[in-house]
Write a protein that binds this ligand. Sequence first.
Ligand code: UD1
Length: 419
Amino acid sequence: MDSLKVIGGAKLKGKIKISGAKNSALPLMACSLLLSKGELKLDSMPNLADTRFMSILLSSLGMKSRIENNIAYISGEPKTYIAEYDIVRKMRASILVLGPLLAKYRIAKVSLPGGCSIGTRPVDLHINAFEQMGASILLKDGYIEAKAPKKGLYGADISFPKISVGATENVIMAASLANGRTRILNAAKEPEIIDLANCLIRMGASIKGAGSGEIIIEGVKELEGCNHKVIPDRIEAGSFAIAAAITKSSLELCNCEPKHLKSLSKKLINAGVNWESDKDIIKITSDGILKPVNVQTSEYPDFPTDLQAQFMTLMTVANGNSEIIENIFENRFMHVPELLRMGANISVNGGVAKVSGVQNLKGAQIMATDLRASISLIIAALRAEGESYISRIYHLDRGYEQIEQKFQDCGANIVRITN
Ligand code: UD1
């Protein structure tokens, strides 16, 4: 298993190009299952373990799918409607094939994703929504077996009791080919939802209101191929911004969408970090003197859960006490024990972490536990005094493209050790 060796203390300087968003790329790839003709060509496709998994999943269903030079080309039609456990267990976003298969082919059998290290992560909202659209669903032997009525799914008013990014995406895709109108209430508002809607509209779908809490979709008869460019990864950009802030550095992030990062920029500015943005560029400058700032995670446009671990790491070296509250996932403080090994002072009670800033962190042997925890440990190690060894970095490869390369190019002491 690969690990990373990081020698802390180096200042970062230079430009980093932000990749396409993983969380947009995955649903966009799943859209290909809705095609009646043509090819879906997705530009700015990040080369990640998760996008390669999605490509393998689509190929396993019978689609023609390949990713070359950051472009995905997907066409054809499935020959089977079964998403096997072996693939789904590796990537929870596999659940996103359920809606498209059900809408287009009226049948789908998708393994239940099961829990993961950041919580139980149920899929009840997805299932209930498809039932409201007329599907009959059976949970059997660890699989979701779903069938649509003979004439296909029908439009429905779906009011989510809780906001879910994945369930909103699954329903938008399914509703695009359903009979009649679907209204999604309490929809997720993330930029990735808008990106998905924009791509589907290019494919011929009729969708209004994406990015607001109410989305209206008029089902159409068929969808065809198109070219679409994946939006920049706001979580990758935010992670580099925090890395610059903690290492007393100056970094220029290009190919980003500053307006997707308003909640983070406010918090960083409150912490004393200099944040400037112009078009698709963000410039971060920090003298490393950080004020404590409280953060609560919530749905977009509020502070993203996917930046919570990184922000907590920043607060471990702030001048004072801060409080980090995680409201989205019940078990997303797995990075805390690792940060404690590096000398941080954090106490956790349920979803609340109290952080007392220390002068500096110390290098240690640490273990990555999930995707965002992994990057937070790199951020900690870049600041820490001495050497750190981070194991289990396969989590990192799921969601960050060429991560050590990007850090090396701006002066970080970071190398991958391959065993
Ligand atoms: C997506 C992102 C993930 C991000 C998360 C929250 C992708 C591939 N992943 O995950 O990086 O951390 O949004 O912004 O885009 N829930 C239910 N029942 C369901 C579905 C969700 O109770 O059927 C709960 C979850 O357990 C969680 C909350 O709703 O507590 C939000 O989850 P959701 O928005 O669905 O997350 P994902 O779409 O899985």
